[in-house]
Write a protein that binds this ligand. Structure first.
Ligand SMILES: [Mg+2]
Length: 166
C-alpha cells in the first residue's frame, strides 16, 4: 500500500467545536436576549477561549486518526472558525458545517453527516457536548462520548433543539 493510501485508510476522530473545543459561555447572553441576537452570537465566536481538555483530546486523537470537525455552526462562520482554530494551533479542517438555511436540530444533521462519512472511512470516535446529539448518535451505533468539561447550557440546548440554529 502506498503511503498516501495508508494515510487515507486512517480512521476518523470526529470532534464537535462549541462546548468541546470552544468555550461559548461569554456569548450565550446574545441568545438569552429578546429578540435573540444570532449574528452577534456567531460573530463573537472568534473570542471563544480554547477548552484545554478538548484540545488535548484532539491532539491525542491526531496521533492515530484523522480529525474531522462536525459542528452545528453555519457555513457563513467558516472563515472565522478556521482562523480561530489556526490561532489555537489546531488543524483548520476538514470542517463540516451546517448549511446556512438548514435549521434542523443538530442531532439529525450530525447523524446524517456521520452516515455519509462512514461510507468512505471508519469512524473511530465522536465527541460532542450535547446530550441530545449523543443519545441519537449512540442509538445509531456510533462510538460517541459526551464531553462534560463545559456544562451544556440550557440556552444552547433550546437553540439547538427548538430552533435548529447552531
Ligand atoms: Mg457542541
Amino acid at each position: 500500500m502506498s503511503a498516501a493510501a495508508e494515510a487515507d485508510a486512517r480512521a476518523l476522530a470526529v470532534f464537535d467545536v462549541d462546548g468541546v473545543l470552544a468555550d461559548v459561555s461569554h456569548r450565550l447572553h446574545h441568545l438569552e436576549a429578546r429578540p435573540q441576537r444570532w449574528e452577534r452570537f456567531f460573530q463573537t465566536a472568534d473570542r471563544d477561549p480554547l477548552l484545554d481538555e478538548g484540545a488535548s483530546r484532539l491532539r491525542a486523537a491526531l496521533r492515530e486518526h484523522d480529525v474531522v470537525y462536525l459542528t452545528g455552526r453555519p457555513e457563513r462562520t467558516r472563515r472565522l472558525t478556521e482562523r480561530w482554530l489556526a490561532r489555537h494551533g489546531l488543524p483548520t479542517g476538514p470542517l463540516l458545517m451546517r448549511d446556512d438555511d438548514d435549521h434542523r436540530p443538530a442531532r439529525w444533521v450530525k447523524r446524517e453527516v456521520l452516515r455519509m462519512l462512514s461510507a468512505e472511512r471508519e469512524i473511530a470516535s465522536v465527541i460532542d457536548d450535547d446530550p441530545a446529539v449523543v443519545a441519537v448518535l449512540e442509538a445509531d451505533g456510533w462510538p460517541v462520548e459526551l464531553a462534560t468539561w463545559l456544562p451544556h447550557s440550557s440556552t444552547l440546548a433550546s437553540a439547538q433543539e427548538r430552533q435548529g440554529r447552531t
